[in-house]
Design a protein around this ligand. Structure first.
Ligand code: SF4
Length: 281
């Protein structure tokens, strides 16, 4: 009988299940490593400067003056510590450094300047789950206020808060499970455009029902997977194809975002179709 090591479901990954179930399965059940894209690394670096600053403020329970060069340097070091970064088209180390420099400045100038000291920053909240394969659902809240939570994001265009509904609904659920009140969820977005960089605070209307439904779909699929594997009547390939189909039409089905693409049968089906349409013309 196969032994499954239970894993932790992360709020930021639940929406990935709706994008492509096969990619989600490969990543979280089979352990295929995700791609360290330069875009994500820039976001993490800018984000680290806020965490560094807020940690000092929380300790002294007051909003401290900041030294922008020190914060930019801190963010830069975080970026340079990243390994195997995959640069997107038109990007290189210098363009990423420029974004980090400008983005850190915009985050403090346009957002942190007007934000109160949080109760906690980078605060882990967890809720246990009864499931043969999932241990719990757990995530880190960037900013936990008196009755609010906020998440820092970077974006190449004006931020659309609807993109964060599932993730923020789960963070709210977890914060409340851990005894905090959440009346307000926001995204503190740093918008990195070609000719300008600015901060935007966007309120997110949470939808707990939608988030719970997605979590239930994941639990149900993994229950079927677990039972079929335990029965041992079907091969792994058949079980995986039956339960976790790919979604080649999704914009994340791209070499830059999906490490499974070179061997994914769903992606090659879509390529064959495009080739066939072309031949008929
Ligand atoms: S290559 Fe496309 S279809 Fe296949 S797992 Fe990745 S995103 Fe899904």
């Amino acid at each position: 009988m196969e032994n499954f090591e239970k894993f932790t479901l992360r709020p930021s990954t639940v929406i990935g299940f709706a994008s492509c179930e096969r990619s989600w399965f490969n990543n979280f059940v089979k352990g295929v490593k995700s791609i360290n894209s330069s875009k994500a690394m820039v976001g993490t670096a800018i984000h680290s400067a806020a965490e560094y600053y807020w940690t000092g403020c929380i300790k002294d329970n007051t909003k401290l003056d900041w030294n922008m060069s020190e914060l930019q340097e801190y963010a830069m070091d975080c970026f340079l510590a990243g390994e195997n970064v995959v640069y997107e088209s038109g990007e290189n180390e210098q363009t990423c450094k420029n974004k980090i420099f400008n983005g850190t400045s915009a985050l403090f100038r346009d957002i942190i300047e007007y934000t109160d000291v949080p109760l906690k920053t980078e605060y882990r909240v967890t809720m246990p789950i009864e499931h043969p394969m999932i241990k719990d659902i757990s995530g880190t809240i960037d900013y936990l206020g008196k009755d609010s939570i906020a998440d820092i994001k970077t974006s190449g265009a004006k931020y659309q808060p609807k993109k964060a509904v599932v993730q923020q609904s789960i963070y709210k659920m977890l914060a409340e499970y851990n005894g905090y009140t959440v009346n307000n969820c926001t995204i503190q977005a740093v918008i990195l455009l070609k000719n300008s960089t600015y901060g935007q605070v966007a309120e997110v209307q949470t939808n707990l029902g939608m988030a719970e439904a997605l979590i239930e779909s994941i639990k149900l699929k993994l229950h079927y997977y677990y039972n079929m594997k335990m029965e041992g009547k079907l091969s792994d390939e058949i079980i995986e194809d039956l339960l976790f189909a790919g979604n080649p039409g999704h914009y994340l089905c791209d070499d830059r975002f999906c490490p499974s693409r070179p061997t994914c049968k769903f992606a090659s089906v879509s390529t064959q179709k495009i080739q066939c349409d072309f031949d008929l013309q």
